[in-house]
Design a protein around this ligand. Sequence first.
Ligand code: SAM
Length: 271
Amino acid sequence: MTIHPRDILKDYGVSPKRSLGQNFLFDDNILARIVGLAELEKDHSVLEIGPGIGSLTRCLAPLTKSVVAVEIDDRLIPILEDQLQNYQNVTIRHEDILKFEPSRHFDKSYSVVANVPYYITGAILRHIYDFSELSPDLAILTVQQEVAKRLIAKPGKMSLLSTSVQYYAEIEMGFTIKAGSFWPKPEVDSAVVCLRSRSNRLIETQREKEFFRLIRVGYSQKRKQLQKNLRSLGFPRDYLQASFLRSGIDGSRRAETLSLKEWQLLFDELF
Ligand code: SAM
């Protein structure tokens, strides 16, 4: 049975830092369910973001080849070293995940498992899918329930977040976690989402930057018609109208109603 995080931290004279999103999971069943979603095999490598005091790390380590656990809080490093001393396949790195480059630590494929520090959920997603040279095959992420809902949204309720992340990965809802399973108890419930990276992306790598510029501009004023938002791209009005026509998309629609496929059609007509 997992020792309560409050007791472990107390032994080391450490108190949780809200500013670092420190809400520690202490429910064994939930930890096991998260690990179950990760489909781990003995030859897998795992990146754990924010291991905290190592509760999840301890469940991951026996099932995989290696776990790289990246923790920013220096006060937690000695705790992690003690708690994980029996697991030779765990590497603890005292680092900011937003500065961590996976390709330097993993040869080819790896998975991410994380109870994400909520204050940087968006930045972490951008970092692992957009900025990193090597994205994970699978990511099992515990995020705020509201964010989980936004991530799995369908056309009609899309956002810049869902469009961007769904471009990289197919996303499924795992299960929800009540706020009371964490200590300290956060204000909202959480949910685990599974992100499986797409093997075939819709746009060639060298054109992705441009594609994301289109999406960002499309969402720049959410309530506005897409054709009005896209004026700031600088295309002549006739050309913009003709592109909408050829792609079969009504320019008076809002960005949130477009599917990824429709963004691709529009992009191919415009650029
Ligand atoms: N994995 C533990 C668990 O499930 O109990 C802790 C999860 S807690 C929600 C988030 C963890 O991420 C904390 O340990 C926090 O210190 C760490 N963290 C916050 N910002 C970070 C960053 N930029 N890079 C790496 N770790 C970070």
